[in-house]
Structures are given as C-alpha cells and as structure tokens.
Write a protein that binds this ligand. Sequence first.
Ligand SMILES: [Cu+2]
Length: 309
Amino acid sequence: MRSVRRPAALAVAGGIAAAATLLPAVPALAHGAPTSPISRTAACAAGGERTGVTACRAALAANNRPFGSFDNLRVPDVGGKDRQFIPDGNLCSGGLPEYRGLDLPRTDWPSTKVTAGTTLDVSYAGTIPHQGSFRLYLTRKGYTPTKALTWADLGEPLAEIKDPPLRGGAYRMSVKLPKDRSGRHVLYTVWQTSSTPDTYYSCSDLVVKAAAVAAAPAKKPAPKASRSAEPGAVAVPLDAQSPAAAAAPPAEHQSWLSPAAAQADDRVELGHQIVIAALVVITGVSAGAGIMRLRASRAQAHQFGPPRR
Ligand SMILES: [Cu+2]
C-alpha cells in the first residue's frame, strides 16, 4: 500500500532531518575562546564566525588539514610554563597542528577597533566553565604584524585575572590599554585552568587608534602645558563593532554577545532539547545512540586532551 506507507516514511525522514538540523544547537561540549575582541580561533576555526573571509580561508589552506573546534585550542600540562611549551612563531596556534594556519603573519585578520589608553572589555566564551586564571598580553610598541608573533613581542601581561564572572555564557573581564600603541596589535590571551590540566591560547587582532590625536595640530602649546593637560586623552567608548561583531553570528553563538540574547538563547536551547528528546523517542534508538556516542566522544576528548604534537 504505497499511498499509505509513504506519508509515514516521509514523517520519519522529516523527523530525522529535523533532528539533524537541530543538533548543532545543543550546547557544545567544549571549552572556550575570546569572542570580543574576536580571536582568530573564534573567527576562523571550526564553528567560527568568519570562516569565509580571506584571512580565514588562507589560514585553512596553510593548516593543511581541517581546523579543530574554535573553543578547543588547548595544551595539557603546561602548568604556567607557557614560554617553554609554546614556541615563538606558534603562539596563535599553541603549537597545535590543527590550528597552525592561525600563526600566519597577516594584516587582514578579523579585528576589533580600539582606542589607546581606554579600557577594553573582553568576553571569553566559556562553552564549558572552568576555574582558572586569564593572562592578557598586548604586543609591545613597534610590533610588526607582518612578522611571526614571538614571546619577545609580548613582554609582561597587561593583567592577570583569576576566576572572572561568567555571564551569558562568557567570562567578562576588562583591561586598560596602554596609551603608547597604535595600528595593528595582538591581544594574546592565556587561560590557565585550575580545574583541568589544560591551558588555552588565543590571538585577538586589534586595530588601535592612537590616543590624544586631537592635541597636536591645533596650536603649539608649550611642552609643559601639553603634558599636564593631555587634552586628547579623553576616554572614547570602545568601538567593538568590528565586521566580525557586526555580522550576525550563528544562533548558538548569540549567548556570548549579550545577557538578553543569552536568556533567549537558553530558552531556545531548552526548546531544542525538548524537541530533540521527542524526536529521539520517535525516530528510535539509532538516533539516540548516535547522540550518546557523540557526547561520550566529546567528553572523552575533554578528559584526555587534544592530540599531542
Ligand atoms: Cu574544557
């Protein structure tokens, strides 16, 4: 009886298709990366927001293999000895082959506009929360973005922040930017977790607008006056509207952007989970087993760490 069976078959097929569509909305079992200022991992790696842009495509080509997940750039058992474990020139990849393309010295990485001397707000998506400390470095004055990034470019961290608040799915931090930078720079973020053996590394590209631009040209005030007044050093709100931030991110990434979106997202997630649970029942054990296997494999990956170099 083809005419009777076909709708049923279609319904099952439709259910499976719908379940497959919804699967990416299940909270990912992963870890973290800075989304504002956008990091190279959050832009270009698997699940990234800007994988189609030139720099990301070049990075993928240089990678010579598929990227690892955007929130999974982690190295086990470093224990604070970053400079010994992460080689110069491989800072943005953490030395991991599945992220190597992120080390390319380029001037067109997705970036965030900031102003020297102002406070930069940092959102670090915590797809699995961990306890630990963040160390935030900024490339020093005179850094050349067309050369490979080295530890010597970074010097001492601008800030070290232990267990910042996790709101809307992201750790929230702020850091005061030095006044003496301009042009392209890299904010290098190290998240040394204390609840796992892993340390996470990431490069966020900044385009820094010089502080005190308005001061010089108008008149030529005496050196004394210009030093004491610093008329141009007024705090300018952070321009976080990088192309990356402006572009609509995938739905499952909205929780990083605002608490309101996060709440909406949570409701959507709950809805998805209910729908998925129903579909799993409808479509039978095979779909359920698949999801369990996926979850088990991700959980295992988290416990035992990424492939060693
Ligand atoms: Cu993790």
